[in-house]
Design a protein around this ligand. Structure first.
Ligand SMILES: Nc1ncnc2c1ncn2[C@@H]1O[C@H](COP(=O)(O)OP(=O)(O)OP(=O)(O)O)[C@@H](O)[C@H]1O
Ligand SMILES: [Mg+2]
Length: 367
C-alpha cells in the first residue's frame, strides 16, 4: 500500500538546484493523488526556476517516486506560478505495472535513445539516422534499430542492402556507414497487411535486444513508429530507456500530437531528453534569406511548456531529403554544410543531456 506520506518523503529527496531547499518545503508539490491501484500523480508548480532546473527536478521526482515499492505508475505534471496545468491528454490508458526491466539484456550498451514523434512524416527517421551518424562522427560506437513497423525506412536512408548474418545462434546486425543496424523491415514481408504488424512489435523489440549481437555500443538509437501505441509501451517495458528525443515540425497541428506523445512518455517514466524542431526554416541558397515555411517557434514553445531543452532546429533542405532517398545521410554527403552542423549540434546536446541525467546518480532498483 503506497501512502501519501511515503510519496512526500521521497519527494523531500528532490532539491531545487538553484536554492537547495527541497521541493516539498518549497511548496512546489500540489494536487498529490494516490489511487487504490497505486497510481501516483502530482503537479510541480514551478515559480522562478530555470527550464534546466525544472527538467532536473521533474525527472528526479518521477524517478524517486517511481522507485518506491508498490508504485504502479507516476504522473508528474508541470504547472507554473501556482496555477496547475491540466495533464496532457490522450496517452492510451494507464501504464501497466513496471515490468521486470532486464538491463542485462544489453549490458554492453551504455545509452538507449528513442526518437519519437506524435505524428508521422515529421522527419523521425531522418533525425534518427543523422543523429546516429553525428554521434558516430564524434567518436562513439553506435547502433540503430528501426522499429517503425508501418514504415521501416532506415535501411533505405542508410543505403544498406545487406541482410543480417548469424553467428553462434545470434543475429549479426547489418553495418552501414560504420553504424550497426537492424530493421523490422528486414524481418517482415513488405506485403504483410498493416493490421498484423502492430502485434509483432513487442516480440520484435525483445528479439532485437535478446538475440542480436550488438557488442559494446555507446549509443543505441531507436527509430519509433509515430504516435502513442504499442511500440512505445513495449520498448519502455523491455528496457530502461535513457531517454527520448521528440521530433516535431513548427506548426500548431503537429504540436497537439507532440503533447499527447510527451504525456505518454511521462506516464511511462521515460526521461525526456528534449525537442527537435525539424523542417524549422528554409534558407535560400542564393540569397541566404530565411523563410519560416511551417510557422515559427513551435519547438521552443513546447520545450518551454514542459521544461525540457530545445535540442536543435533542423532546416528544411532538399539535399537532406535526397540524402534520405539515396542512402547517403546529409551528415555524410555534405559533412561541412549548415544542415550537417545542425545534426552535430543535436548530437552534442543529446550527449550533454544524457550526462546531466546520469549525474542525478543511480536510482534504487524497483523491487
Ligand atoms: N529537414 C528536412 N528537410 C527536407 N526534407 C526532410 C527533412 N526531414 C525529413 N525530410 C523528408 O521528409 C520525408 C519524411 O521524413 P521521415 O521519413 O524522416 O519522417 P518520419 O517521421 O520518419 O516519417 P514516417 O512517420 O513515415 O516514418 C522524407 O522524404 C524525408 O527525406
Ligand atoms: Mg520513419
Amino acid at each position: 500500500m503506497v501512502t501519501r506520506e511515503a510519496v512526500l518523503e521521497a519527494l523531500r529527496g528532490v532539491r531545487d538546484p538553484e536554492g537547495q531547499q527541497d521541493i516539498v518545503a518549497l511548496g512546489l508539490v500540489q494536487d498529490l493523488s494516490v489511487t487504490e491501484d497505486a497510481q501516483v500523480a502530482f503537479t510541480l508548480t514551478f515559480t522562478t526556476q530555470s527550464p534546466k532546473s525544472r527538467a532536473t527536478m521533474h525527472s528526479m521526482a518521477a524517478r524517486l517516486v517511481g522507485a518506491l515499492p508498490g508504485v504502479a505508475n507516476v504522473q508528474v505534471r508541470m504547472g507554473s506560478g501556482g496555477a496547475a496545468r491540466p495533464a496532457p491528454q490522450g496517452a492510451a490508458g494507464h501504464a501497466p505495472a513496471p515490468a521486470a526491466r532486464p538491463a542485462d539484456l544489453i549490458p554492453e550498451v551504455r545509452h538507449t535513445i528513442a526518437v519519437s514523434s506524435g505524428k508521422g512524416g515529421v522527419g523521425k527517421s531522418t533525425v534518427a539516422v543523422n543523429l546516429a551518424v553525428a554521434l558516430q562522427q564524434g567518436g562513439a560506437t553506435v547502433g540503430i534499430i528501426d522499429s517503425d513497423v508501418y514504415g521501416p525506412d532506415v535501411p533505405m536512408m542508410l543505403g544498406s542492402r545487406g541482410r543480417p548474418g548469424m553467428f553462434d545462434n545470434k543475429i549479426l546486425p547489418v553495418e552501414a556507414h560504420g553504424i550497426k543496424m537492424m530493421s523490422i523491415g528486414l524481418l517482415v514481408n513488405d506485403r504483410e497487411p498493416l493490421v498484423w504488424r502492430g502485434p509483432m512489435i513487442h516480440s520484435f523489440i525483445q528479439q532485437m535486444l535478446r538475440d542480436v549481437m550488438w557488442g559494446a555500443l555507446d549509443y543505441l538509437v531507436f527509430d519509433m513508429p509515430p504516435g502513442t501505441g504499442d511500440a512505445q509501451l513495449s520498448l519502455s517495458q523491455v528496457i530502461p530507456l535513457s531517454g527520448v528525443v521528440m521530433v516535431t515540425t513548427p506548426q500548431e497541428v503537429a504540436l497537439l500530437d507532440v503533447r499527447k506523445a510527451i504525456g505518454m512518455f511521462q506516464k511511462l517514466n521515460v526521461p525526456m531528453l528534449g525537442i527537435v524542431e525539424n523542417m524549422s526554416y528554409f534558407m535560400a541558397p542564393d540569397t541566404g534569406t530565411r523563410y519560416d515555411i511551417f510557422g515559427e517557434g513551435g519547438g521552443r514553445r513546447i520545450a518551454e511548456e514542459y521544461g525540457v531543452p530545445l535540442l536543435a532546429q533542423i532546416p528544411l533542405d532538399p539535399e537532406t531529403r535526397a540524402g534520405g532517398d539515396e542512402g547517403s545521410p546529409i551528415t555524410i554527403r555534405r559533412a561541412g554544410s549548415p544542415q550537417a552542423k545542425a545534426f552535430r549540434e543535436l548530437a552534442e546536446a543529446v550527449r550533454g543531456r544524457l550526462g546531466e541525467l546520469a549525474a542525478l546518480g543511480p536510482l534504487p532498483t524497483i523491487s
